[in-house]
Design a protein around this ligand. Structure first.
Ligand code: IMP
Length: 200
């Protein structure tokens, strides 16, 4: 299949913020959220962000018969051998709240000194022309930081209140959204995808 101009692209997410961001990149192609089809969410069985993003993009492309974009993101903590990693959203169990995930993380890091609390947010974005595309476009963004001893700030979501941003000397939940977007793993991955899709 050739990816023609103005052809729709399905996004394996129903998040309106993500749809807006991707639409701003792929100006020539209407972005349609996957939830417009009556299909189940893909099972995220991969052990890496890139595997899960490919699983989600392939699932969306197959069921919607359209080119697809999917993302996968999370937090990697060195002192925990990379946990919470691909299970960041459900670290404290399926359906866990952000507060429960953060509490579990702080408990797991109890007694770990500041210099060993290094961590990074990861975002992987994948574009596939069709479900059997052997050469998906993969964009990755990384945001380095450290895990605080306690929460600080009200902005953002997920692990933002415990993610220390050295260059601004505050947590990522204390940054205004536009500053976070300019620094973040997601912002970087989106920039990389923009460059890679410039020819489409
Ligand atoms: P998703 O796969 O993009 O829905 O994100 C997975 C999980 O990683 C989220 O539920 C958060 O717990 C965490 N996460 C990803 N990006 C961020 C971020 O920018 N700030 C805080 N937590 C994040």
């Amino acid at each position: 299949m050739i990816f023609g101009k103005h052809q729709k692209v399905v996004l394996a997410s129903g998040n309106p913020g993500k749809i807006r961001e991707i639409q701003a990149i792929l100006k020539n192609h209407p972005i349609v959220p996957q939830n417009q089809w009556n299909i189940e969410e893909a099972e995220e069985t991969g052990t890496t962000f890139v595997e899960n993003a490919i699983i989600k993009a392939r699932h969306a492309a197959f069921h919607c018969q359209l080119p697809a974009i999917a993302d996968d993101s999370g937090l990697v903590v060195d002192a925990l051998d990379g946990a919470p990693g691909v299970i960041s959203a459900r670290y404290a169990g399926i359906g866990a709240s952000d507060e429960q995930n953060v509490a579990k993380l702080l408990a797991a890091l109890e007694g770990v000194p500041e210099e060993l609390r290094t961590a990074r947010f990861i975002c992987v974005l994948v574009f596939m022309q069709h479900a059997d595309d052997p050469f998906p476009i993969i964009a990755q963004g990384v945001w380095e930081g450290r895990i605080l001893q306690q929460t600080a700030g009200e902005n953002g979501f997920g692990y933002d209140p415990v993610f220390w941003v050295d260059e601004y000397q505050c947590s990522s939940a204390q940054l205004p959204a536009e500053v976070k977007n300019a620094l973040s793993h997601r912002g970087k991955a989106l920039k990389m995808l923009t460059a890679a899709l410039a020819n489409f």
